[in-house]
Write a protein that binds this ligand. Sequence first.
Ligand SMILES: [Zn+2]
Length: 293
Amino acid sequence: MCSILVFQSLSMPNRTHQHTHADAKPAMVSGVTAPPRRHPTVRCWLWNFAIASLVQWCACSDVLGSNEQSGEKALFPQPIVRMGSEAGPTVLVVAGIHGNEPAGIRAAQIIAGWSVRRGKLVVWSPANPAAVARHQRTIPDVPPEEGDLNRNFVVEGRECRPRGTLARQLWHHVEQIRPDWLVDLHESVKFHKDRGVGNTLIVYPREETVAVAKKLLAKVNQQITGSDEKFVLLRWPARGSLARAAGAVLGCQSFILESTRQDPMEKRVAYHCEFVRALLEELQMEPTARTPK
Ligand SMILES: [Zn+2]
């Protein structure tokens, strides 16, 4: 599930950086005679084997980091971070807070493959792997009042007091990332016209957020012919949601993007990708798909 690895911890002072050297070709040094190649020793061979095994293991599994402050095992994979070559905003894309909403998770896998010209793109998915593993909305094996992760980011006054271990760990890291924009990908059972929240942007209503959200809607809605299926703007993410807490406590621009299961999977995934792309373009981050090696 996590094929791109970020080894640096979020707890490090300079924040997490994507391993941008991954694209770099080995440097050529002219005028230097290379030493004669020796046969690899057994120790060298074992070392290479150990590294290859570790890489293989990581490529096949979620990379679970640890919460360095508490020493407890993290309950989610490390985020993937794409650094632009110039300074700019930090955009955090979250998916998989609800385990039965796969479109956002698939979109996040695609978005994680993008590069940006400036700023930082952080993709965090799935935020609730245990629920994803069981294809259910709620966190398994926790008290019912802690089950819905997107109601656990409780805001009291000017602070977020997360309910439960998973919400606490996630919030700790979001505070460290300090996003300028937070986009949380979800999907609803029904269209908004049928009293669901499908095909909506639910914004924390800051002036700038609303203005940008309207531009994104105008852009993506162009391609949607059915008037009842066009995305609409709603205000105020639910109390206890990550987007609400981020907007209220961190002061960032935040919104929830809801597609609907009334649409086929490919269409839902495409909507998620298109809105995130439109946001990155609006922020002059110029997203481009990375060329596969
Ligand atoms: Zn959801």
